[in-house]
Design a protein around this ligand. Structure first.
Ligand SMILES: NC(=O)c1ccc[n+]([C@@H]2O[C@H](COP(=O)([O-])OP(=O)(O)OC[C@H]3O[C@@H](n4cnc5c(N)ncnc54)[C@H](OP(=O)(O)O)[C@@H]3O)[C@@H](O)[C@H]2O)c1
Length: 289
């Protein structure tokens, strides 16, 4: 049994912390909006802390999954953050999709205190978090990774160390850039199929087995055709992720023309009120021009 502090009980964090409690770990949770932490504790075995620092006090592993870079800083290195109380030998794991810069920054702050750090963004969405089938992309020191791997495995289909601090976030950027292109193509494909009067379910089932098959096609094509977007991964979050990838690409001197164009298309989805729509809502620009 490991003593774990879990910070951030949103769409993803709530079920992830639940898997840790169900596995028998000693889990102490913190959530900025306290009602969510109380609801979690009513449903699971574990306790509630009043601040990230209180949650982290005495913990072997501190896990965070919040919004973006400054939110990660707020719950870790900021006032009342977890790093105020974490002891030497503990490990901080950040599952937030954030920049590689913030990962390297936290790795440095932690190293100076004898604390391990692993950046560990996830893929698999809300369903992956609920079913314990996330893909976890890690960056950090091999020895530190080895100490947390089996705990992260509690809610994962795969946990992989891809390089030093920041490598997990860089890999997640690659993931999001690929998804941008896939969704742009899938939107046009579904739009063409609808215009041609094809049966979308039949088309999806047939093509999913071939070279154009993708998670997005298998899971989203039917709801795209139906114009249903009130679920899933929010456009606001995706634009945050594409912004991180585009910033990194500028720093590396590379160009990502398709990701940049798709990012601008999502700005138009936001302009029509789709901030919290699922990312498959890109098709709305074609079906409702
Ligand atoms: N949803 C997905 O499908 C998905 C998939 C992969 C990765 N991700 C990534 O995972 C992260 C979380 O996503 P989510 O969907 O779980 O988001 P969410 O439902 O909006 O939850 C965000 C959580 O972070 C907390 N938080 C945000 N800013 C904070 C701050 N400054 N101080 C303290 N707590 C703060 C929120 O607290 P409150 O409850 O008080 O607001 C909430 O618990 C994001 O980086 C996202 O990009 C999401």
């Amino acid at each position: 049994m490991t003593s774990i502090a879990f910070i951030g009980l949103g769409v993803m964090g709530y079920p992830m912390a639940g898997h840790l409690a169900a596995a028998g770990h000693d889990v102490r949770v913190f959530n900025r909006t306290g009602a969510k932490a109380d609801a979690w504790a009513a449903e699971h075995t574990g306790s509630v802390a009043a601040s990230p620092a209180e949650a982290a006090d005495g913990a072997d592993i501190v896990i965070t999954i919040v919004g973006a870079d400054d939110d990660v800083r707020a719950v870790t290195s900021g006032p009342g953050g977890a790093l105020e109380t974490m002891g030497a030998g503990a490990v901080l794991v950040d599952h937030t999709t954030a920049s590689a810069d913030v990962a390297r920054e936290l790795h440095g702050i932690c190293a100076a205190k004898g604390i391990g750090f692993v950046d560990a963004p996830v893929s698999g969405g809300e369903a992956g978090a609920q079913n314990g089938k996330l893909t976890i992309m890690c960056g950090g020191d091999a020895e530190v990774f080895a100490r947390v791997e089996s705990v992260l495995d509690t809610y994962a289909v795969g946990v992989t160390l891809l390089g030093p601090a920041g490598a997990g976030q860089l890999t997640k950027m690659v993931n999001q850039v690929c998804i941008a292109g896939i969704l742009a193509g899938l939107s046009e494909g579904v739009h063409l199929a609808m215009a041609a009067g094809l049966d979308i379910d039949q088309v999806t089932e047939t093509l999913s087995k071939g070279a154009a098959g993708s998670w997005q096609m298998a899971n989203r094509a039917p709801t795209m055709a139906a114009g249903e977007f009130d679920f899933g991964f929010a456009v606001d979050w995706f634009r945050k992720d594409l912004g991180i990838a585009l910033d990194e690409s500028r720093r590396l001197g590379t160009s990502l023309p398709t990701a940049a164009a798709v990012d601008q298309l999502y700005a138009r989805i936001q302009a029509r009120g789709g901030n919290r729509w699922d990312t498959s809502s890109l098709i709305d620009l074609l079906t409702n021009p």
